[in-house]
Design a protein around this ligand. Sequence first.
Ligand code: PLI
Length: 463
Amino acid sequence: MSARRAEPYRIKMVEPIAVTTREYRRQAIREAGYNTFLLRSKDVYIDLLTDSGTSAMSDNQWAGMMLGDEAYAGSRNFFALEQAVQDIYGYPYVVPTHQGRGAEHLISQILIRPGDYIPGNMYFTTTRAHQERAGGTFVDVVIPEAHDPANPHPFKGNVDLAKLQELIDRVGPERIPYLSLAVTVNMAGGQPVSLENMRATYELCKRYGIRVICDATRCAENAYFIKEREPGQAGRSCREILKEMMSYTDGCTMSGKKDALVNIGGFLATREFEVYQKATQLVVLFEGMPSYGGLAGRDMEAMARGIYEMVDDEYLSWRILQVRYLGEQLLQAGVPIVQPVGGHAVFLDARAFLPHVEQATYPAQALAAALYLDSGVRGMERGNVSAGRKPDGSEYFPRLEMVRLTIPRRVYTDRHMDVVADSVISLYRRREEIQGLRMTYEPPTLRFFTARFEPLGGMLSQA
Ligand code: PLI
């Protein structure tokens, strides 16, 4: 057997992608206001904007799509989904939602009262927005290593128990309806949480009657890191590890569009009947009946099947190693990236990449635009633009100013990763040619999706 690894699947259907000229891309990124979210997909060569909803489904999932039971109530696909969540996560109660933020909306409205505090191991955009909308204040309790791109801590997503304790002492446990625990932590670079930290966090929360609600969006990838890195875990399956992880939580929100390998779908799951009952009351207003939650029966079937596929050890190993394969090529060339390489993406450290560009002129946004111009590779800004503004109107200026190169699951080959690496490395060698941007349009919330910019000079402004 060769020591080299290859994809643990073969290709049954192909989708052509556009190879364009630099001039074409210059026009396209200008029309998109230098915001990669506003590019048209048809103009993108390798699309690393997100791993959300971009997975390739398996033949087994597509076969399940044909078994869609589109009954308005009691669809058999709902029961398949419920069974999958019970088997793999261990929660008794499940409410489907159209995607992860639908579940975030439900849990935030059910549990948060105005004036509450919601600690979390780093914010995620939609999660925090729903918490704030319900009147809560998000408090970051991730370990400090998570904010340092070069720190090699193996579990950079861990909760800082001292910070959590300090918050409990300061505001009182009655003002903390739950701790929001993301596995893995997207904004830190796809960094995992250890089993030991999950257990300790749960124990601390239980002492004060505080719930732990997991953001399980990339929980299977987190389980793989535990298997790989945590002492005593190597001999267990990711499926077993995941079940134990979830046993240290009271419920979860899940975007099926990531680890569960579907193009649309999500759910809220809980161990508490009362929370479940409130969710069934709310879901009918915002998503649909509790037995479909805004999804077609066929979507629920595909997600049910994806949940079993996502914990396959062979698949998970290949998945994580493909992301690492890209990251290691960049590291060897001296390109500053978040380390260790996370589960779903390679994050370019735009501040270290472009030290001459001030954070107020959005270095990560400029770097993402330059990468598209260079090779048609689309990444995503995850820095000052994504962080938005504080309630007082000032910018957050987060320590992490990054471009995320997010790898869709089962979509691209390692050869695509080589092309991406070549382009990033060549830009790094010409980094002085990249200058910052000025924002010309800013929407009031989640501005990164639709903000527009113009270049302040450098390669982006050349005719
Ligand atoms: O995009 P949704 O609504 O299915 O899921 C929202 C969501 C919740 N938590 C986390 C950690 C996410 O990463 C997340 C969505 N992430 C997107 C869209 C991304 O591109 O990372």
